[in-house]
Design a protein around this ligand. Structure first.
Ligand code: GAL
Length: 468
């Protein structure tokens, strides 16, 4: 039996003479207003970031330049009978694509991807007005006039010396195939280190972690693989800590190695390798968050997913805490960065030394969930964008003083002669709504767009100094 509640409050309100609104309508209108206000504040917050950035940008006309879309027009030559075996492997091939041309050592377009020595850039050469200009793909010379050897690298800004240190694979040795079907390789020589105040003129600081010549059981024996070294500083232990991908010739060891030093310029003492959290680990990077917690991010489960987890306080080990991210997406070459509390990451697909499409990902919490936003590349031409400007991500460097602006660092691998792999540094800008916001907040995108702008030639804004 239905009981009438005599204490039930009336559900209607008298609005004005003659008209009555339902209570629920009023409540829902109120909720609606609040929701709209909330959404407005979210959008406004994101826009505000953009505005602040735009304002700063407007003070630096050169930053406007960096966001100009620069097209590249390349005519693909008609297919020839004989192609290099490297390009030939990519069958079935109905049409000649730019990637085929890129991989063909005899391509007529070779000079576009790998311009010759005459066009090299660097502080020793009389660069005239070209000083401080990055020219992606050109040979880049250090302060002694030698090509920089810091592949698959990353940059540490050292507060103590107010200097940037660039660490990477020193690959100045012959390229060969250890096995017929194996990847092209260079024996381990070590980790190269270069220092710079302006991020353009780099001084060779030598090999800060060297290969082991004799002991075949050593991780760093020259017959093994040392890739993607990254260094961070631990304030508590006052040590510079290096993490790197350690592998055997066949990439079956799939481990990470660690090394430490008292100085950014080494020498680094190699500690050991491990399979983090008990998993295979190939391409990797480390990321130090604002709160001092550092994370290891690595491709695992045969490169089908990435794993991420915090390091111990001394940065020398992983903890038991780790998450699987981008599961089933087959991504590698992770490069992580943070802007306004959001974490971003650029990754590549898994095609060895051959270029492929980059993707940008974002997360509110570094441990995930991570969302994939899409291809960040802007400009060039369609193939440039689909091949990440013929390069593979390795690091994203924040530009202090210019919120939302970063240098995207990538490697243009030359599998025929790995020592001659080139550097592709381009401006990366976070701002504006993302193209493919997979995650929605009541219909509004949560993430900002990550854009990497192609430029044949660009420089940091003149007001920028390497000093914080
Ligand atoms: C790539 C990887 C490089 C290197 C190469 C070997 O996928 O990103 O660091 O390992 O494979 O073929």
């Amino acid at each position: 039996m239905r009981m009438r509640n005599k204490y039930r409050k009336p559900t209607t309100l008298r609005c004005n003479a003659g008209s009555r609104c339902s209570m629920s309508a009023v409540v829902w209108s109120l909720v609606g207003c609040l929701l709209i206000l909330h959404l407005y504040s979210i959008v406004h917050h994101k826009d505000g970031v953009g505005e602040e950035f735009q304002m700063r940008m407007s003070h630096h006309p050169q930053f406007h330049e960096l966001q100009k879309v620069e097209e590249v027009n390349i005519q693909i030559p008609p297919p020839r009978g004989k192609r290099s075996p490297r390009a030939g492997k990519r069958r079935p091939r109905r049409t000649t694509t730019l990637i085929d041309e890129f991989l063909d050592e005899n391509s007529q377009l070779r000079h576009i991807f790998f311009p010759d020595k005459k066009t090299s850039i660097g502080p020793l050469k009389d660069q005239g007005n070209d000083s401080y200009y990055y020219q992606p793909g050109r040979i880049w010379l250090d302060t002694e006039g030698n090509p920089i050897q810091a592949h698959g690298g990353g940059i540490l800004y050292d507060e103590k010396t107010r200097t940037h240190y660039w660490y990477g694979e020193y690959k100045d040795g012959p390229t060969y195939h250890a096995h017929k079907k194996g990847a092209a390789r260079v024996d381990i020589i070590g980790v190269g280190c270069y220092s710079s105040m302006d991020l353009w003129a780099w001084k060779d600081e030598g090999i800060v972690l060297a290969a082991e010549e004799n002991d075949e059981t050593h991780d760093l024996h020259k017959s093994n693989v040392l890739e993607r070294p990254k260094v961070i500083y631990n304030e508590k232990t006052r040590k510079y800590v290096m993490w790197m991908h350690i592998d055997d010739t066949n990439y079956t060891k799939a481990s990470v190695g660690t090394a430490i030093s008292d100085y950014p310029t080494g020498p680094f003492e190699y500690l050991h390798s491990q399979r983090p959290h008990g998993f295979d680990s190939r391409d990797m990077t480390i990321f130090k968050d604002d709160d001092g917690v550092a994370y290891l991010i690595y491709s695992s489960e045969d490169n089908s997913e990435l794993h991420i987890g915090p390091l111990t306080e001394d940065y020398l080990n992983v903890t038991s805490n780790a998450r699987r991210i981008l599961v089933g997406q087959h991504r590698e070459a992770p490069a992580l960065f943070k802007y306004q509390g959001t974490y971003y990451m650029i990754t590549s697909g898994c095609t060895g030394w051959a270029p492929n499409e980059a993707l940008a990902h974002a997360a509110e919490s570094i441990m995930g969930p991570w969302e994939t936003m899409g291809n960040p590349c802007i400009g060039g031409n369609k193939m440039f964008r689909l091949a990440n400007f013929f390069a593979q991500s390795t690091f994203v460097l924040p530009l202090p003083g210019f919120p939302g602006s970063f240098i995207f660092m990538a490697d243009r691998w030359n599998p025929a002669d790995l020592r001659d792999s080139r550097y592709v540094w381009l401006p990366l800008i976070v701002g504006g709504p993302a193209d493919q916001p997979l995650e929605y907040n009541f219909g509004f995108p949560v993430w900002s767009r990550v854009s990497i702008y192609w430029h044949r030639k660009w420089r940091l804004p003149q007001g920028w100094s390497g000093l914080k």
